[in-house]
Design a protein around this ligand. Structure first.
Ligand SMILES: Nc1ncnc2c1ncn2[C@@H]1O[C@H](COP(=O)(O)OP(=O)(O)OP(=O)(O)O)[C@@H](O)[C@H]1O
Ligand SMILES: [Mg+2]
Length: 348
């Protein structure tokens, strides 16, 4: 059985509808009006032990709501969830033993006591054996560089320090599953890097299953082989990151520097329908093309027929652009070997 299985999982919220201003608020007091907001449409999700899965989508897509249902914080409106054989909402205590969760927007640490004491409390709450606790604490302090702030209370920590402390706290009891909801939000690149390295290491050494929501595509590229894209509460893509890149990041750009101006070269590519010329100045330009239509060496050798190339470098389309296109609905994912999924066509 897979470590995480959700079937026809959905969540709707009742949202208050108020008119504008004070009169709207007063009216609402006497005649409250609500509408049903479907945050997650019936979806199926299967995650295998040891996987690192990125769960991405635009703001309001339903990512946090899904994670909250999987952690047992929220009760689903419909459907079933099994996490290591446990229904997370019904058996919250048992479920807590097997999961770690970090919500980037809020801390699970006690605000006014030193981090060391928060950790000691977690040791008691989770019944962590002394040897395991000590081993993990030493390792996490070292890997996450927490020495300088571990004696401070959570309220005195910077965002990056707090996030590292939260991450360590979530893993002290060696949970086989780790949910991370925007763990790198607002962090500088060096702290991001530390956190990514740490997650990678934990996944590698302990086969911890990681499900991660993020808006940072660097997180996805660094950590996750599998990508699930959700929009308006429905999964629209579930496949490997590699597949998304291979199938949809078709555009390749080569930047050239030439020894002297070659008007004939510019003229040649200016009239080309499938290769796009972008001129920076008379000695620098770039050519964009579909990498399934042309090889890089074909393009370079065409350029070299016209004159001396001093330097060139190649860039593939950025995964960020690809995912944006998926969000915007500009890509037909059916052409990929990953699957584009509609609401009426449940995944897996
Ligand atoms: N407690 C709640 N009550 C009412 N509506 C809610 C509640 N929680 C979430 N929603 C609504 O459900 C939808 C999905 O919200 P959710 O927080 O899951 O989005 P998200 O994908 O995590 O977005 P973000 O990237 O901004 O974090 C939103 O329209 C939100 O307004
Ligand atoms: Mg969210």
């Amino acid at each position: 059985m897979s470590i995480i299985e959700a079937r026809q999982l959905s969540k709707s919220f009742m949202q208050a509808v108020k008119g504008p201003g004070l009169s709207g608020a007063v009216k609402h007091l006497f005649v409250p009006k609500h509408i049903e907001k479907v945050a997650v449409q019936p979806l199926n999700l299967t995650i295998e032990e040891g996987e690192t899965v990125a769960y991405v989508g635009p703001n309001g897509a339903g990512k946090s709501t899904t994670i909250k249902m999987l952690t047992g914080i929220l009760r689903p409106s419909s459907g079933t969830i099994s996490v290591n054989g446990i229904n997370p909402h019904k058996k919250r205590m048992e479920n807590a033993q097997q999961i770690g969760a970090v919500f980037g927007q809020r801390t699970q640490l006690w605000w006014d006591i030193p981090i060391t004491e928060s950790f000691a409390l977690l040791k008691d709450i989770y019944n962590i054996p002394e040897s395991v606790f000590k081993h993990n604490l030493d390792m996490f302090v070292e890997m996450l560089g927490m020495n300088e702030f571990i004696h401070l209370s959570a309220r005195k920590l910077s965002l990056g320090q707090r996030m590292r402390a939260d991450l360590a706290a979530s893993l002290l009891h060696n949970p086989p599953i780790l949910y991370l909801d925007e763990p790198t939000i607002g962090l500088d690149i060096s702290v991001k890097q530390k956190i990514r390295e740490f997650i990678k290491q934990i996944n590698l050494e302990q086969q911890t299953t990681v499900m991660l929501t993020t808006h940072d595509l660097g997180d996805i590229e660094d950590l996750c082989k599998r990508l699930i894209i959700i929009d308006h509460g429905a999964i629209i893509y579930d496949g490997s990151l590699q597949e998304v890149k291979a199938n949809f990041a078709r555009e390749r750009i080569i930047f050239f520097q030439i020894a002297s101006p070659i008007p004939a070269l510019f003229q040649h590519f200016n009239t080309s329908a499938d290769v796009q010329l972008d001129i920076q100045n008379e000695l620098e330009f770039s050519l964009s093309f579909d990498r399934y239509e042309y090889t890089a060496s074909e393009i370079v050798s065409q350029v070299m027929k016209y004159g001396e190339v001093v330097d060139f470098r190649m860039e593939d389309a950025n995964i960020e652009q690809v995912i944006k296109a998926v969000y915007d609905g500009n890509l037909d994912l059916n052409h990929g070997s990953g699957q584009r999924r509609g609401v009426e066509q449940p995944c897996l």
